[in-house]
Ligand binder design. Structure first.
Ligand code: SAH
Length: 414
């Protein structure tokens, strides 16, 4: 029989990791948490015994007081409690964060991503049982993004552990994604946490290619590590083809197609001048002489290419998140349909469509149904060759499917 008594608040201060308050779940709302879902929404809570400060440890119990889990409280977030253990004996103390961080780092070593020249995601929030914490390594530097107030309050011990485990040259805090910080009541400007800041771009190797990554202040977007293996997978089909890389950002798909894939020509397009500059620099760095980069709006450019009767052997679509929530999923699917239809119309017979969606609110199945609709409307047969996700250093916690966001479909268009 597990200990069902909530840990005693009198045992220690906030550092002890014991609960300072008890959160009662509404009747019939406890099931997801017994299923280890780590997010307790405000709407699932019946009442709170005690008065936890934001970031403090609380116990989650059923309406009749049975222990479910232990987590961290945030009164200003809709995710009122984030759960970190389902074991009544386990304290949420520094020793626990250290164990979780070490396990995350060990997984990346196992994946062969501990190459000091490369980039990799070391901690992927819920996927590594560290809800609200994202840590990336770029060569000798680490970046931390916190999307939970409770993790922001624990940055010092987290950095201590990282210095012991990785010995980075510097650790940089990156501001959370726009909007997210506000949801959590977080106001975290970018700043240097430990060591030194790189004085220019950091160069990382990815499947034999080199990319410059800007970790300096103001550059919010970073680098898309999640697409690492998809860039290489797409390149395998590029040989001798004319490739269009739409929404190219720092040029990853285009450079891989040009250099690794030996495409005959690559046109990379992004609407942001900063992205265009990055993509050009990365093309040059890899001597991708067949690659050109253009600044344009994707929808306009796709339509213009079509009007001009241009054809490609491969089109890559990697747009930003079209759906921010389930409420906007239907509109987003229409936008995905539009760009994918435009892309299919640009493909020569036997051409390859590499189409991505990073909207977590769009389920994989719905994305495939959208593509099926594109096949029907266009009258072209689409053969699904590969249905891919994020690289393995972005593990998804299957107790929390919200973490499964990236779709990358490679299809042949007859
Ligand atoms: N494929 C990239 C990541 C793309 S991120 C990689 O592998 O690294 C999405 C990109 O879409 C961003 O660089 C953003 O500037 C660009 N973007 C957003 N809206 C756009 C639009 N309407 N037209 C063209 N590019 C757009």
């Amino acid at each position: 029989m597990p200990d069902e008594t909530p840990a005693d608040a009198a045992d220690g201060g906030p550092e002890s990791g014991a609960a300072v308050a008890t959160v009662f779940v509404k009747p019939k709302r406890a099931r997801p948490f017994f299923g280890r879902h780590p997010w307790v929404l405000d709407s699932a809570i019946q009442r709170v015994e005690g008065s936890p400060a934001d970031g403090e440890v609380v116990d989650l119990v059923t309406h009749d007081g049975q222990f479910i889990a232990r987590g961290l409280w945030n009164s200003s977030s809709r995710l009122r409690v984030r759960l970190y253990t389902f074991d009544a004996e386990q304290l949420l103390d520094h020793a626990l964060w250290e164990i979780r961080l070490a396990a995350a780092v060990a997984l990346r070593q196992q994946l062969g991503l501990d190459n000091p020249e490369g980039g990799c995601r070391l901690v992927n929030s819920e996927g590594d049982d560290l809800s609200g914490l994202i840590i990336d390594r770029y060569g000798a530097y680490l970046t931390i993004q916190v999307t939970a107030l409770a993790m922001a309050e624990r940055l010092e011990p987290i950095c201590d552990t990282l210095e012991r485990l990785i010995k980075p040259q510097g650790i940089v805090l990156r501001g959370a994604e726009r909007g997210l910080g506000k949801l959590e009541g977080l106001h975290l400007p970018d700043r240097l946490l430990r060591g030194t800041r790189p004085d220019g771009p950091v160069f990382v190797t990815e499947h034999g290619l080199r990319f410059g990554v800007d970790l300096t202040e103001g550059q919010k977007t970073g680098y898309y590590l999640d697409q690492r293996d998809n860039r290489q997978a797409a390149a395998r089909y590029a040989r001798g083809r004319r490739v269009l890389d739409m929404f190219c950002y720092s040029g990853g798909f285009g450079v891989a197609a040009a250099v690794t894939g030996k495409a005959s020509a690559v046109l990379s397009v992004d609407s942001s001048p900063g992205a265009v500059a990055l993509a050009r620099a990365n093309a040059e760095l890899n001597a991708a002489t067949t690659m050109t980069v253009e600044q344009a709006d994707a929808f306009e450019k796709l339509a213009a290419l079509q009007a001009a009767g241009e054809r490609f052997g491969m089109v890559v679509l990697d747009p930003p998140k079209f759906a921010r929530s389930r409420a906007t999923a239907a509109d987003a699917l229409r936008a995905y349909h539009r760009i994918n239809r435009l892309a299919v119309d640009l493909l020569e017979p036997g051409g390859l469509l590499v189409t991505c969606s990073c909207s977590g609110a769009i389920a994989r199945e719905d994305f495939l149904v959208m593509l099926s609709g594109v096949a029907q409307r266009s009258g072209r047969m689409l053969q699904l060759l590969e249905c891919r996700g994020a690289a393995a250093d972005h593990p998804v916690n299957l107790h929390c499917l919200e973490g499964e966001y990236l779709k990358c479909v490679i299809a042949r268009v007859a």
